[in-house]
Design a protein. Sequence first.
Length: 278
Amino acid sequence: MLRIVIIFPILCAGLMAQDTPPQTTAQPAQTTAPAATAPPAPPKFQSDGKPITLPFQCTAEDIRWAGMACSEDEPCPIYLELSAAEGVGDHIFTAGNIHSDTVTLYSVLLGSDDAGHTWSQGADLYRGAGLDHIQFLDPLTGWISGQTLFPISQDPFFLLTSDGGATWRAKPIFNDSHFGGIQQFSFDSKTTGSVILDQGPAGDSERYSRYESPDGGETWLLKEQNKKPLQLKRSATPASNWRVRAEAATRSYRIERRQGERWISVAAFSVRLPVCKP
């Protein structure tokens, strides 16, 4: 099963080497993302040809927040969903979400700085959110789109980096809560970018909106609305040499790089994660 505002970063004990995760409440309508205390270096996951199982560990607070009926006898299965991959030099990133059968628990961003031999968590986990698309304009400048997925798709945001993915900063598109999510986006310079938002079928207003940013994703200006699907005015992002492929035989996601006419696997991540129980 694959499905998978800005909210405050909530560091998950299972993926971050930190004693007590912050317990701050999610607040999507922040004009600036909250500052997170610099954690110790995240643990590395070795890629040895077999699918890597992320050591995610849900908490009692996760169970309460998601309304999951997990028990020792009947624990809740937890899954990883990866939706995008991109690479710059020896740096590779893959993004998606962690979810149960019914609830999106956290966004997830994984990164490798050695061509896929080892991996670690690349950014804070955002509760109830998922990450969708990745674009790097150059080796230092990049964006990742995301939105809150639970209880509904809302409050779209970007993760921004100016240091090649060493650090990421969350930036909401809106200053208040909005329904819908990012359908597509593209930046053609460090400052100019466009995004298409799909607000969903509910309501009488135009479903699709096009916004443009003059400052690298810091702010967004409405340019067009329509009940019919919109397209980006500027050229779309060139086809990536990286992809995520779901492999049924191993129940995993493979991160693959294009080499000529072939795709070469550099790492794999297990769909099934440790179960959630009190």
